[in-house]
Ligand binder design. Structure first.
Ligand code: AHG
Ligand code: MN
Ligand code: MN
Length: 336
């Protein structure tokens, strides 16, 4: 039986009609992210050569200053989205405030804003471990043709129209949703094309992996401590195993495929949790729900949290449905 291999470009075009809003604009937006991801991937792959060809802070061959990779990734995504004039605003982990695009231009009829973590897990770069990019897309709520406002970015996660991530791993993959399931595309680096490799991704309902920075154990709420002990106990032959990369994207990606849960609770060092609601937790939560998983802060669905600031942090518990249900039950029972 012959089986047609679909590229990301073909997939975007073939599926754009299933999107309820103006689809051409969103397609162009996903296409731009695809392009920037390839450029960043190329640079991430060279990261190990930095010591050989010149350390950060020195000048590169074009006479430009070498940049840290998270700054590089930030610039590339912003440049790509700005130059092609397809969004009206961008918020990024690397920028204090949001960026308004072409606010003076009445012809800027763009309806979408993007929120982005350009390089997630950046502390892993020096040691050749997977990193990622996370993005979240909303329709603006203020009138088209006017400068974007903070309110356009502070929408609840349930209002997202699309979200995705790129994982720069042993293979580079782009995984995204427009609210009709989750699909994963793997980059063939030889020809620079993403192919549909993981159609309709789904979390197993239950899993065996728990991912948490156990170095913070004594800082965790009682409910989380009890849950970790529950995973570790031998009673009833509990099957759990611990895996923690320290790159949210990579930890989440593995857990979605194999079944598992990711936890970044609050603690005295991180009183609201560490991860950022708007460009880390919400996009990942949207993907999780679209893949039959679940995401919560321990009590409330992540996508229902009302944002109050661009760089707001929240506790984040995300993964296989039954596992997140169990953590919520532990939080109810044992609390903070
Ligand atoms: P970033 O590199 O964008 O700042 O994000 C790092 C995040 C996330 O990717 C990861 O899961 C978490 O921080 C790890 O934190 P700890 O080192 O505290 O475990
Ligand atoms: Mn991050
Ligand atoms: Mn980052």
């Amino acid at each position: 039986m012959s089986h047609k291999i679909q590229t990301l470009g073909e997939f975007i075009i073939e599926n754009q009609d299933s999107f309820k809003y103006s689809s051409g604009e969103l397609s162009r937006l996903i296409n731009s992210i695809r392009l920037a991801a390839k450029v960043v991937n190329h640079e991430v792959n060279k990261a190990g050569l930095v010591d050989v060809i010149g350390a950060y802070g020195e000048t590169n061959i074009q006479g430009e200053d070498q940049q840290k990779l998270d700054v590089y990734a930030n610039d590339k995504f912003i440049q790509t989205l700005t130059k092609r004039n397809i969004v009206c605003g961008i918020a990024s982990e690397e920028e204090d405030s949001f960026i308004t695009i072409n606010s003076q231009d009445e012809k800027n009829q763009n309806k979408y804003v993007v929120l982005i973590d350009p390089l997630d897990g950046s502390s892993n770069i020096d040691v050749n471990v997977s990193v990622g990019t996370i993005f979240s897309i909303y329709r603006r709520i203020t009138p088209v043709g006017t400068p974007v406002q903070l309110a356009d970015f502070l929408q609840r996660g349930s209002e997202q129209v699309a979200a995705g991530y790129v994982v720069y791993g042993t293979s580079t993959m782009l995984v995204y949703t427009t609210g009709a399931g989750v699909n994963g595309f793997t980059l063939n680096p030889a020809i620079g094309t993403f192919y549909l490799s993981h159609p309709k991704m789904q979390f197993p309902e239950d899993g065996t992996i728990y991912s948490v920075n156990e170095g913070n154990y004594f800082d965790f709420p009682e409910g989380i401590k009890k849950y970790i002990k529950y995973c570790q106990e031998e009673e009833d032959d509990r099957p759990y195993t611990s895996r923690y990369i320290g790159s949210l994207v990579s930890d989440f990606h593995r857990n979605m495929i194999k079944g598992g849960i990711y936890l970044y609770p609050k603690g005295s060092r991180n009183p609201s949790g560490k991860l950022r609601l708007l460009y880390e937790c919400n996009p990942i939560a949207f993907i999780a729900e679209q893949a039959n998983g679940k995401s919560s802060d321990g009590y409330t669905r992540t996508l229902e949290v009302v944002p109050t600031a661009l760089h707001q942090r929240v506790p984040f518990i995300c993964g296989s449905k039954n596992m997140v249900d169990t953590v919520e039950a532990f939080m109810q029972k044992f609390g903070e």
